[in-house]
Design a protein around this ligand. Structure first.
Ligand SMILES: NC(=O)C1=CN([C@@H]2O[C@H](COP(=O)(O)OP(=O)(O)OC[C@H]3O[C@@H](n4cnc5c(N)ncnc54)[C@H](O)[C@@H]3O)[C@@H](O)[C@H]2O)C=CC1
Ligand SMILES: O=C(O)C(=O)Cc1ccc(O)cc1
Length: 374
């Protein structure tokens, strides 16, 4: 763990949404930022950012925002980020001395390429906090989002070790786990473990949607497990449009491999080859079972606890109050259908295993019938 080496007097956050807001809140909580200014195209969002304490002041004017900034975090949509880097390069003389500019985009090669050789006094270091959710916007920002999350930094050959260490120290203080990668390695790996899974999840949902139009039974049976495994298909469509377009070089070969794999499995099924089919599933089970369980990766894990309840509406308030009093944050609450008079089930979902474990114990101690779930 690196010691913080310098105070960042002035943070400029450009793009006050889910990720930008979460990064600003987390940095503020470390006490290393003296003042922050938010920049966004939307005045309503800027008002909210100030009200929620994400930034101290706000403006729609990029030039004003970056003036004298020591740290600039660009957290705009992917399609805007490149132009924003170029714009800031034209304003380099107005930034604070030794300013660091970083972005949070899920694609790194194109961002780092655009920044290459554009800065002299200031330094651009690409970044990608691998912590997000299917939600977006400032209201979903969360000071704890970076805690334990892998945070990739992609310095270029032009990045000095000193600046890199300064940014690493700042981010590590938020609880993020820094991983240094080349932009190319980052884009290659996230294509397989994040981008293609998003595409496949969306295709799975669309396949069911097509059938559900004429047969609502699909909707009824898609609740629960199908809904859980396709959670990421609820993400912002524009984010995933941009991701597909920007990282096409890595995504297209993986999808082509996917088509071959699907064809090969289809053939095995058509030809009724039990040994090959079983061996395919055994191989994926063995690798999947060996993946680390509780550490965070690119796709957020969800930790669930199920509570058996009688009078569902009355109990939701009691349970949320009980957990809230112990600062246990609930991400989602779902009521699993129950017939009148029968016991119902309340599904509580948490962002961390610690919240889920504490909720489990607390509810048990208060005589609720709790069923733990992964
Ligand atoms: N959503 C996620 O889970 C993750 C997203 N990211 C990256 O974070 C970035 C932002 O994504 P989110 O926070 O999810 O989006 P978001 O939609 O929550 O926030 C984006 C913000 O940028 C603002 N904006 C748009 N155009 C702008 C412009 N020209 N100038 C200033 N502000 C502008 C929007 O008004 C909005 O407030 C993307 O680059 C994405 O790749 C990284 C990790 C996870
Ligand atoms: O919802 C999830 O778990 C995600 O996968 C969120 C996510 C979205 C975009 C990224 O660049 C990184 C993470």
């Amino acid at each position: 763990m690196l010691e913080s080496t310098r105070p960042f007097k002035r943070l400029c956050l450009i793009g006050c949404g889910l990720i930008g807001g979460s990064v600003a809140l987390a940095l503020k909580a470390t006490g290393q930022i003296e003042h922050s200014i938010g920049v966004d195209i939307d005045d309503t969002i800027l008002d909210m950012a100030v009200q929620l304490g994400v930034v101290d002041e706000a403006t729609t004017d990029v030039q004003l925002g970056v003036s004298q900034a020591d740290l600039i975090v660009i957290a705009t949509p992917i399609s805007v980020t490149q132009a924003m880097i170029e714009k800031i390069a034209t304003l380099e003389d107005t930034l604070g001395d030794r300013a660091i500019i970083t972005d949070v985009a899920g694609i790194k090669s194109t961002m780092v390429d655009i920044a290459d050789h554009k800065f002299t006094r200031a330094a651009f270091i690409g970044g990608h906090p691998m912590a997000g959710s299917e939600k977006s916007g400032i209201t979903a920002a969360n000071a704890l989002l970076l805690e334990n999350a892998v945070y990739v930094l992609t310095p270029s050959s032009a990045t000095s070790t000193e600046r890199l260490h300064e940014l690493m120290a700042l981010l590590q203080a938020t609880g993020a786990r820094i991983k240094i990668l080349t932009p190319e390695t980052h884009d290659r790996v996230v294509a397989a473990i994040s981008h293609v899974p998003h595409i496949i999840a969306s295709l799975l949902v669309n396949q069911v949607e097509k059938r559900a139009v004429s047969e609502p039974l699909y909707i009824e049976l898609a609740a629960g497990g199908f809904r859980d495994i396709t959670r990421i298909a609820s993400s912002d469509p524009k984010l995933w449009r941009d991701t597909c377009l920007e990282n096409h070089k890595e995504i297209v070969p993986l999808l082509e491999e996917w088509i071959e794999n699907i064809q090969s499995l289809t053939d095995m099924i058509k030809k009724r080859e039990p040994v090959s089919i079983e061996s395919l599933f055994a191989k994926s089970r063995d690798f999947r079972d060996a993946l680390p369980v509780k550490s965070t990766g690119a796709i957020r894990a969800v930790y669930s606890v199920m509570v058996v309840v009688k009078d569902v509406p009355g109990l939701i308030g009691q349970i949320t109050t009980l957990l809230g009093e112990s600062s246990i944050s609930i991400r989602n609450i779902g009521i699993l259908e129950s017939r009148e008079g029968d016991d119902g089930q309340l599904l509580l979902q948490f962002d961390t295993s610690d919240f889920a474990d504490r909720a489990f114990l607390m509810l048990q101690q208060n005589n609720y019938h709790v069923i733990a779930q992964q």
